[in-house]
Design a protein around this ligand. Structure first.
Ligand code: ZN
Length: 147
């Protein structure tokens, strides 16, 4: 009986470890910060589920955040184009293929979950993430490593 329970616990633990590789949870706050600067996407996952949670209290029009993934070289151009696109377009140019993945803009207490298709990604490629709310990307950005 004890052996059986230990075995069960191990299976349970390994399932959790497996699931964790295909899930990314990241938080943003009223201090204009993400809680992580380095994310890893495991390309052995067909899809990676990313959830952005805004842990602050300020509304989307004052301290909105999104999570946008582009190639590192495209970050600045997409961020600048996003500024002109406005809140109704989640501060992103519509239909721009350089945007690999993006959540919508959310306010305090809200969250948004997206799926990232890993088949489009290259292992070891230069990828970045940022928030496209005007003025935020200078601080709210980080690196995405694809393994
Ligand atoms: Zn932001």
């Amino acid at each position: 009986m004890t052996k059986y329970l230990v075995g069960l616990a191990l299976i349970f633990a390994s399932n959790i470890a497996l699931a964790a590789n295909c899930t990314i949870d990241i938080e943003a706050n009223d201090a204009m910060k993400f809680n992580q600067q380095n994310l890893t996407i495991d390309s052995s996952c067909k899809k990676v589920t990313l959830t952005l949670k805004h842990t602050g209290k300020l509304p989307a029009n004052a301290m909105g955040h999104n999570w946008v993934m582009t190639k590192g070289a495209d970050l600045m151009e997409i961020a600048n184009a996003g500024m002109a696109a406005g809140l109704n377009n989640n501060y992103l140019p519509t239909g721009d293929s350089r945007i690999i993945a993006a959540t919508k803009i959310i306010g305090g207490g809200q969250s948004d979950t997206i799926e990232i298709d890993t088949s489009k990604l290259t292992k070891g490629g230069d990828y970045a993430f940022f928030c496209s709310f005007p003025g935020h990307w200078a601080i709210m950005k980080g690196k995405v490593t694809v393994i």
